[in-house]
Design a protein around this ligand. Structure first.
Ligand code: ADP
Length: 399
């Protein structure tokens, strides 16, 4: 079975065509600047050269047509006809409380997804446009929605409720939802395999550390707490997002800087985090280079990041009453030796011992246990693969 995985943004559309027999990515690519001048498609067939096709795409429907053309092209295509695609799996950011798992999309589901738009006004409408464009271009092909929030719907109320008036939860749906669920779920399944355990028996803490970062406590294979909240702004310090701050700071900045609430929102989402602290970059490669040259603000930003991750790992270790493993994944989790070392520094007394040599050797793309042989808690580096997880969920539903 071949499954097309789609991640539609407001002006971009990422795709992968996955052969489920081998889990091989047959082709992948990205449509950029949809609806903006200079739109182009980057398409890379497995084992082939990247092809760049510059052609106006006025909307997502145009983009999908170009993707299907590229996939079936005589030169750089990988299938002979669109009929070879059995189903399409769509990443959908917000499923509210409605979606506790992935679903085959029909009219009723679409309405329920649309009802979640106010919870993710920048993301969900774009995801929906992507689904509609695919439906139009591929009539009769099943579409599946895979939600970033679904994995966290198992959280108990004491984890997901905020200490604000109850009516705001009932009427306005304000609660912790959590994000990166597809990634947390994927690495949970992979961690169970590495530990030689059934997924329903694992107690782990998963650290998805990328441009956005979130930490999740997983008990019996289920999310029981997570660091992101009502939006992906909460939790750890991130690339450009502030993470948890005193909510009173919002009004204070607005009053003292003469900023509107929208401007403060942008400041906290786009100009904060390690970027705002260092004044250098949101990219950890730049920060590590600057720190190595003695830049103190780069050092502060990196220390704050590690500290904020430690804060959640420590809390979740207590909540879970211990863990089989701590998992690192995504751009930072898979690549930064120093950050992994700093997060797990000085906790040997809790049975968590990282092996410096193994930590050094962990390379992106490879699963590795970097704990010492006598560490009670395993420390796992697991490359995330959200696209494969979406494809697997899609396959399971349409089979
Ligand atoms: P996203 O969160 O957008 O999906 P990633 O999970 O790929 O992205 O994470 C991207 C971040 O990972 C980059 O901003 C960078 O900080 C970090 N990163 C990627 N590669 C490296 C590396 N080799 N060394 C240090 N940090 C890296």
């Amino acid at each position: 079975m071949k499954i097309l995985v789609i991640n539609a943004g407001s002006s971009s559309l990422k795709y992968q065509l996955i052969d489920m027999e081998t889990e091989n990515v047959m082709a992948k690519g990205l449509c950029e600047r949809i609806g903006i001048e200079g739109s182009k498609l980057n398409h890379t067939p497995d084992g082939g050269e990247k092809v760049v096709i510059e052609k106006p795409m006025k909307d997502h429907a145009d983009a999908i047509k170009m993707v299907l053309d590229a996939l079936t092209d005589g030169n750089h295509g990988v299938i002979s006809s669109m009929d070879e695609i059995s189903a399409v799996g769509h990443r959908v950011v917000h499923g509210g409380e409605e979606f506790t798992g992935s679903v085959i999309i029909n009219d009723e589901v679409m309405k329920a997804v649309e009802a979640c738009n106010p919870l993710a006004p920048l993301h969900n409408p774009a995801n929906i446009i992507g689904i509609k464009a695919c439906e139009a271009a591929m009539p009769g092909v099943p579409m599946v929605g895979v939600f970033d929030t679904a994995f966290h719907q198992t959280m108990p109320a004491e984890s997901f409720m905020y200490g604000i008036p109850y009516d705001l939860y009932k009427e306005n749906k304000i609660r912790r939802y959590g994000f990166h669920g597809t990634s947390h779920k994927y690495v949970t399944q992979e961690a169970a395999k590495m530990l030689g355990k059934n997924v329903d028996d694992v107690k782990i803490i998963t650290c998805h550390l990328g441009n956005g970062s979130s930490i999740t406590a997983v008990d019996g294979g289920k999310s029981v707490d997570t660091s992101m909240g009502f939006t992906p702004l909460a939790g750890t310090v991130m690339g450009t997002r502030c993470g948890d701050i005193d909510p009173a700071i919002v009004k204070f900045i607005a009053d003292n800087k003469g900023m509107t609430l929208d401007e403060v929102d942008t400041l906290l989402n786009k100009k904060s985090g390690v970027d705002g602290i260092s004044g250098i970059s949101s990219d950890f490669r730049d920060l590590e280079a600057a720190e190595a040259e003695g830049n103190e603000r780069a050092h502060l930003a990196l220390s704050m990041f590690s500290h904020s991750v430690r804060h959640f790992v420590g809390a979740y270790l207590f909540e879970l009453g211990g863990a089989d493993a701590i998992v690192f994944t995504a751009g930072i989790g898979e690549n930064t030796v120093i950050i992994r070392r700093d997060i797990l520094k000085g906790v040997e007394a809790l049975g968590i011992k990282i092996d410096p040599e193994k930590n050094e050797k962990a390379i992106r793309g490879v699963q590795m246990d970097i704990a010492t042989d006598d560490s009670k808690v395993r420390v796992l580096v697991i490359p995330t693969n959200e696209e494969l997880m979406i494809a697997k969920e899609t396959e399971a539903l349409v089979k």
